[in-house]
Design a protein around this ligand. Structure first.
Ligand code: COA
Length: 363
């Protein structure tokens, strides 16, 4: 029995390889460094879906069909009622996705990708009392997400930054939400069910719920010179530093640097963001030094969530939406893994070790 299934290999996959010792991420044969800044979201969809959902359409056809699906799912937005609007954005997304039909084909897969992208901006606007903005199918997926969020045409730099984010987090081995997706797929329930299970696993603070608290931490620290005292006190109170530590990486998470690079490019012209990056770098350095002393037996380094928080903030996503943006990017990975599991895997059904009381034997 391994608590948390640490180091247990539970699936074979051709989709991504996380090398925790070397700090390397490979997505279907391509190193993350070669994808970020070169590939757009649609390219990574083609890469991950290839061969798993019938013959993959070419990139232009895929972008066109994805645009059509964004228009199709926008029809569900009026289902966001007052009760749903009270919930966090990721819960609103999940509720709306639950209205979609289940299935195992490319059509279902593209509808799910579109749904995540359309429902989050709509929910955010409605929460602010604004009218949702309808999708523009001719835009790229990333450009349309930003257009639906801000109701204006995004800049080239903003679109590139969102593409960099979505590509960076598209897939990542057998993380908790991907495992949840595969467990559901192993019962042949359908892709919509897999995605719903995965979103539910993602929203916890130990997985995709961390970047909002990272920003809260940076705000609370305020200035680089406060970092050391603030972080030490947080650890004294038994808190975990958000944006640090990982189950698999024993070195720096390669996605952190990919996102830091994208953030620097986006922020080149914006002094406010430059100050934020300086603060983040100071906090990172202090945190690493303190964690080394406090947890000498556990190598703890910066993880993907740390710079995610700054990048999404710079793209004007409110912090309550960060987990939902993560879901937009990871849905492609969840679907690819669900298909791989359904095509090649068996029903996932481990056993538990009973440690409870036994019935009394009659004397
Ligand atoms: N801050 C402080 N201490 C941390 C820590 C953090 N961010 N992450 C792990 N630790 C410590 C634990 O307290 C534990 O110490 P102990 O043995 O003295 O009790 C040790 O490191 C091992 O932690 P464990 O919970 O077994 O590691 P895990 O592999 O289960 O956890 C995470 C991985 C990501 C859940 C964990 O590092 C964490 O909670 N990080 C903060 C949340 C976060 O950034 N999540 C996003 C992940 S991408």
């Amino acid at each position: 029995m391994k608590n948390g299934l640490e180091d247990v290999v539970a699936a074979e996959t051709q989709l991504s390889h996380v090398n925790g010792e070397a700090g390397e991420l490979i997505i279907r044969g391509v190193s993350l460094d070669h994808l970020v800044g070169h590939a757009r979201y649609e390219d990574v969809v083609a890469l991950l879906f290839g061969g798993l959902l019938g013959p993959a359409p070419d990139r232009a056809e895929l972008a066109k069909r994805l645009g059509q699906k964004r228009v199709e799912v926008f029809a569900h937005v009026p289902a966001i009622d007052d009760a749903l609007l009270e919930l966090p954005p990721v819960d609103i997304m999940r509720a709306l996705i639950a209205r979609l039909p289940d299935g195992d084909d490319l059509d279902t897969a593209l509808r799910l990708l579109a749904a995540a992208a359309v429902f989050l901006p709509a929910a955010l606007r409605l929460k602010k009392g604004e009218t949702p903005v309808a999708p523009t199918p001719a835009l790229s997926h990333s450009a349309d997400i930003l257009a639906m969020l801000g109701a204006s045409v995004p800049s080239k730099e903003e679109v590139a930054a969102l593409d960099a984010y979505l590509v960076t987090i598209s897939d990542h081995g057998l993380n908790a939400s991907t495992f949840a997706s595969r467990v559901v797929a192993s019962t042949k329930a359908g892709l919509t069910s897999s995605v719903l299970a995965a979103i539910s696993a993602l929203k916890g603070p130990l997985h995709g719920g961390a970047p909002g608290p990272v920003l809260d931490m940076l705000d609370a620290i305020g200035m680089p010179e406060n970092a050391q005292v603030w972080l030490s006190e947080a650890l004294d109170h038994g808190e975990r530093l958000m944006g640090f530590g990982h189950r698999v990486y024993r070195v720096r998470d390669p996605r952190a640097d990919a996102l830091k690079g994208a953030l620097k490019q986006l922020s080149a012209a914006d002094p406010a963001n430059r100050d934020r990056i300086q603060l983040a770098e100071a906090v990172e350095q202090s945190a690493l030094a303190i964690l080394k002393v406090r947890k000498p037996d556990r190598p703890l380094d910066v993880n993907v969530e740390f710079y995610t928080a700054l990048l999404l903030d710079a793209l004007k996503f409110p912090r309550e939406a960060f987990t939902g943006v993560f879901a937009i990017g990871r849905t492609v990975g969840w679907i690819a893994h669900a298909r791989e599991q359904a095509l090649e895997g068996r029903l996932i059904r481990p056993r538990s070790l009973y440690v409870g009381p036994m019935p009394q034997k009659a004397a």
